[in-house]
Structures are given as structure tokens and as C-alpha cells.
Write a protein that binds this ligand. Structure first.
Ligand code: TXA
Ligand code: MG
Length: 318
């Protein structure tokens, strides 16, 4: 723990577990640390990064114009899988905001990372700890697989906090005016946001720059084919050779030759297992992953969102 804080204070990077996915953290007030985060991920400088805080009481250091509804929402959910995008305060580095007039803030709930944040006492910029365009890591080993050869072994650290309990990235809510905008689906649902804020939640993303949520990403090398349960046999018949299958535990595997990548028991289990399953598909050098979509409720909505993005062809971006 002390080592991690000392590393962060000397502008080194620390990969840390959060309840959602592993993050690659650096001092959000240090231009040198933030520059290294972008270089290490191979991420374009126009993509803003989320600032992780030890507690809601530090929010005024990062914004002086957060809407009251957004702070009420944060107070209810934090520590937890929610990021609010609020107007940026005067001290926020341009690199953290990606040149925009806003900053993303979140208090994560993983105990190890909360301890680091509390001891560090400030904000940690932390995107997901994967190379730009790859699937987010949900174990320390995934982080090493992604970044082991680009982190500096003399300075940087990877903290192992076990497998991330949620498994998909935080819900992102745009909070710069009276309207909550759902910019990225996650474990905190649209229904919860509406209920807590008492406001209608917009899902329109036109005119909003949230780079990682527009173009296709979250994709493995394998081609992902998301399907509804009823289409399983029909889809399997169209695939030649071995394929990977993600399907509910109670769904019997089809006859064809396949590797069962995950057998989620419910939507939360699906989210928890998803990214490890996609990584396994690439390790097994599968060309195709057939994924039976979960129901569109709760975190199942976020899982569907990621699978549909992974399936979208075109530019890979975050
Ligand atoms: O669960 C998570 O949010 C994880 C963990 C590590 O906290 N972090 C994460 O960070 O997923 P990242 O950078 O991989 O994805 C954050 C997304 C990016 O698509 C980024 O463009 C968007 O949030 N974002 C961050 N700050 C923003 C801002 N000020 N305005 C618009 N979009 C923003
Ligand atoms: Mg990411």
C-alpha cells in the first residue's frame, strides 16, 4: 500500500482493481503522470480520463458547477460504479479533460483502491488498464498481459485485488445541465438514475463527445455474434469450424464443436465473466464467438451494450 502511494507521489503509474475493471492510475494533477497514462495505453490525447476520488467531499476541488441532482445521485451511489461528467473546475489539467469543458469523477468501491485513494488524498486519473482498443482487464493477470511490456518495472506497480466483482465499466452520466444523460451503460441503471434524481434521463448522445461510447470498441480479435436464445441452433449451423460459446448455464450446448467460454447463471454473473471469456476466445485463437444475449434488465443492459459494440464492425476506439 505504502509502495503504491509512494509510486503515485513520484509520478509513476499504478494499475489498480476497481469494482468494475482494473484502472491504470496516475496523479491527476501531474502532467507527467497523465502524459504517461496516455503513452502507456497508446490512447489519443483527445480522449478524456476519469478522475477517481477517495470521497464525495473532494468534488469541489474538481468542479464548482456540479448540478445538485448529480451530487444527490453521487451521494446515493458512491462508492460505486458511477461516473458523473460535470463542468470542469479551474485546476483540472487539459489532458485529463481531453480539451473539453468537463471532467469525469467517480468514487470506486474496491477496498484496496479506496485505501490507496485515502492515503494518496487526491484525485487519480485512471482509464481502464488495457491498450487502446482492447477489452478491459478484470484481473491483475489481464493487466500484465496487456501492459506488462510497457510498464516500467523499476517504477510502476500492478496491485492484485482479485477478480473485479462487477466486470463491466462504470455507468457514465453527463451532468452539465438540468438533464441527466446516460452516456455509457453500466451496473447503475437508467431506472435507478431516474428514480434517485426524479428526472427524465436522456439517452441521446448526439452532439456529446464521449469518445469511447460512440464508435465500436470493447472488441476481441474474434468476431462476436450476439444472438437471442431462440436463434442458437440456426446461428451455429452457419458457422464453420470451432467457435466459442457464451450462453446461460441452463442452455444445452449444440452438437457442433465449440469451446464453452462462459455459462453465466444470471445477468450479474454474465457481466462478471464477460471480458475474461472474450480474452479466452483470443487466447484459443477462435475466429467466432457466439454470445446468447442476457435479458435487457439491470446490468444485463450493459452486457448487451458491450456485446453489440463488440460485434459492430468498423473503427475500434478506446
Ligand atoms: O469503470 C470505469 O469507469 C473504469 C474504472 C477504471 O474506473 N474506467 C474507465 O475509463 O472505463 P476509460 O477511460 O476506459 O473510459 C472512460 C470513458 C471514455 O470513453 C472517456 O472518453 C469518457 O469516459 N469520459 C471521461 N471523461 C469524460 C468527459 N469529461 N467528457 C466526456 N467523456 C468522458
Ligand atoms: Mg476503456
Amino acid at each position: 500500500m505504502g509502495d503504491a502511494v509512494a509510486a503515485l507521489l513520484s509520478d509513476a503509474l499504478v494499475a489498480l482493481p476497481t469494482e468494475t475493471v482494473y484502472g491504470l492510475a496516475g496523479d491527476a494533477m501531474s502532467p507527467a503522470a497523465v502524459t504517461r497514462i496516455f503513452a502507456t495505453k497508446g490512447r489519443p490525447s483527445t480522449h478524456p480520463v476519469i478522475v477517481h476520488l477517495p470521497g464525495i467531499e473532494l468534488v469541489p476541488n474538481w468542479t464548482d458547477a456540479a448540478p445538485a441532482w448529480a451530487m444527490a445521485l453521487a451521494a446515493e451511489i458512491w462508492p460505486g460504479p458511477l461516473t458523473v461528467i460535470v463542468p470542469r473546475g479551474p485546476n483540472v489539467l487539459d489532458a485529463v479533460s481531453g480539451g473539453q469543458s468537463t471532467v469525469g469523477l467517480r468514487v470506486p468501491s474496491h477496498p484496496l483502491t479506496l485505501q490507496v485513494l485515502n492515503e494518496f488524498g487526491g484525485g487519480l486519473a485512471a482509464p481502464s488498464a488495457n491498450r487502446y482498443g482492447h477489452v478491459s482487464p478484470t484481473t491483475a493477470q489481464h493487466v500484465l498481459d496487456e501492459l506488462g511490456d510497457v510498464l516500467d518495472p523499476m517504477r510502476d506497480l500492478v496491485l492484485d485485488g482479485g477478480r473485479c466483482p462487477v466486470g463491466v465499466e462504470s455507468t457514465i452520466v453527463g451532468a452539465w445541465d438540468d438533464t441527466p444523460r446516460l452516456l455509457r451503460a453500466g451496473a447503475v441503471t437508467l431506472g435507478q438514475i431516474a428514480e434517485i434524481t426524479g428526472r427524465e434521463v436522456s439517452t441521446a448522445t448526439d452532439g456529446v463527445r464521449a469518445p469511447g461510447s460512440t464508435a465500436a470498441h470493447y472488441a476481441p480479435r474474434a468476431r462476436v455474434i450476439p444472438i437471442e436464445t431462440a436463434d442458437l441452433d440456426k446461428t451455429v449451423a452457419t458457422v464453420t469450424g470451432a467457435f466459442g460459446l457464451i450462453a446461460p448455464a441452463d442452455l444445452a450446448p449444440p452438437e457442433a464443436h465449440h469451446i464453452r467460454l462462459a455459462s453465466p447463471r444470471d445477468d450479474a454473473d454474465y457481466a462478471h465473466a464477460l471480458y475474461a471469456a472474450l480474452r479466452e476466445a483470443d487466447e484459443a485463437q477462435l475466429d467466432v464467438v457466439i454470445a446468447v444475449l442476457p435479458t435487457d434488465v439491470g446490468v444485463g443492459h450493459a452486457v448487451r451494450d458491450r456485446l453489440l459494440r463488440a460485434a459492430a464492425t468498423g473503427q475500434v476506439t478506446s
